[in-house]
Design a protein around this ligand. Structure first.
Ligand code: XIL
Length: 385
């Protein structure tokens, strides 16, 4: 699909041009030549008839221009790390929980009208080892205690939780039976080793009992891959069917979070097929960790501090992918509960080498930002096309 460069430039001019007139309704935090141009067209306003639009929060983002961007554009956030088991939970069995950083983030976000999504309760990664060591009874108790403690602490302040994160293998092989979802779970997970596949059902039931007001999510990546999506769909279907057969009128797993760590080669039709597969289960979908790398970096190269200047071509290709994704998401607005981006600027992204964000290292909005602000324009298509 051809981008209409001219229209992007015009759009950029219009958006930037508004700034000096102060007609956008939002104010710049600071003046000066280097002050970033990111306070116009709040994305949360652009998408207000579609879905809440989110980003992550971490302690760096609580100040200065990062904070201004968060406040201006986003209505929901996920704590990048501070609500994960290794950040919250004690280093040893019986030790104290450390809720202070997450509490601080929630307080500041709430003061600014930003809601918090909970991420994440049960995961093979970023989890202290003691939690999954010992007899199955002990590990089971650790799982239940962790969920109860954390959900009780955040009760009323977090309305949705990723209960289980990344339980399915990174890659699901072709030609296998995806109905047998248990065969595709991560064997290296400490929870799986101790409790087998049942830890998933247990985690969700514990979470439901801990706080029935919360919407419970299963969250994973590579869900644009139809094989992995089938495994997850079969898991959700079976767990929900069993739960309902016990007389419950509500689903146990109420949403799937598609992390959406994407790249230029991501197939938008595949993303569509997976969204449809999940909503056919009668559950909601959230795009939970969206970023689009301009070049794919291996997991060994993750980390902040390695962004670079993109060529115009790279910027445009990335902008098109973002525009295609957002115009797809808009079509599923009745089923998409939230679209959350994973990071504000390229330099502080967990995948900084891939320059995957909407703002560059100087906090200038990239072409990708304008593409998200107006995907139809960026793609040069009719709304109904
Ligand atoms: C990442 C964070 O962005 C990094 O800061 C951290 O070092 C590792 O985790 N899937 C998830 C997120 O569910 O929690 C991960 O976040 C990215 C992949």
């Amino acid at each position: 699909m051809k981008i209409k460069l001219l229209s992007v430039l015009i759009l950029a001019f219009v958006l930037f041009g508004c700034e000096s007139s102060g007609s956008s309704g939002t104010q710049r935090a600071s003046a000066g030549n280097q002050a970033p141009n990111h306070f116009n067209t709040p994305l949360k306003t652009v998408y207000q008839d579609y879905f809440p639009i989110g980003n992550i929060v971490n302690n760096n983002y609580l100040r200065g221009d990062f904070f201004e961007i968060l406040k201006t554009h986003f209505s929901v956030v996920t704590s990048e790390n501070n609500m994960k088991p290794d950040h919250l939970g004690p280093r040893e069995r019986g030790g104290n929980y450390n809720f202070a950083p997450a509490d601080n983030q929630i307080r500041i976000m709430a003061e600014n009208g930003i809601r918090m999504h909970g991420h994440t309760l049960i995961w093979h990664s970023q989890t202290h080892r003691w939690m999954t060591e010992g007899t199955p009874e002990q590990v089971r108790e650790n799982l239940v205690n962790h969920i109860n403690t954390v959900m009780a602490h955040f009760k009323g302040r977090v309305t949705s939780w990723d209960v289980v994160n990344e339980a399915v293998r990174e890659r699901v092989n072709p030609g296998e039976n995806y109905e047998l979802w248990r065969n595709h779970l991560r064997q290296e997970s400490g929870w799986f080793k101790a409790l087998g596949a049942d830890y998933i059902d247990l985690a969700f039931r514990t979470a439901r009992a801990a706080d029935p007001a919360v919407t419970l999510y299963y969250n994973d990546y590579n869900l644009d891959n139809s094989r992995k999506a089938q495994v997850v769909a079969n898991m959700v279907r079976e767990i929900n069917a069993r739960y309902r057969s016990e007389g419950n009128t509500r689903n146990l797993i109420e949403g799937v979070g598609m992390q959406a760590h994407y790249g230029l080669t991501t197939s938008v039709p595949n993303v569509r097929a997976s969204i449809e597969r999940f909503i056919a289960l009668g559950i909601e979908v959230s795009i939970s960790e969206l970023d689009v790398e301009v070049r794919s970096v291996g997991s060994g190269s993750f980390g902040i501090g390695h962004s670079r200047r993109l060529s115009d071509m790279e910027q445009r290709q990335q902008a098109i992918k973002y525009a295609e994704l957002f115009s797809l998401f808009k079509q599923y607005k009745d089923h998409i509960a939230r679209v959350t981006l994973w990071g504000i600027d390229d330099e502080h992204s967990w995948k900084s080498l891939g320059n995957p964000c909407l703002w560059d290292a100087r906090l200038q909005p990239k072409q990708a930002f304008f593409a998200v602000a107006n995907p139809t324009e960026a793609l040069g298509i009719d709304e109904n096309h």
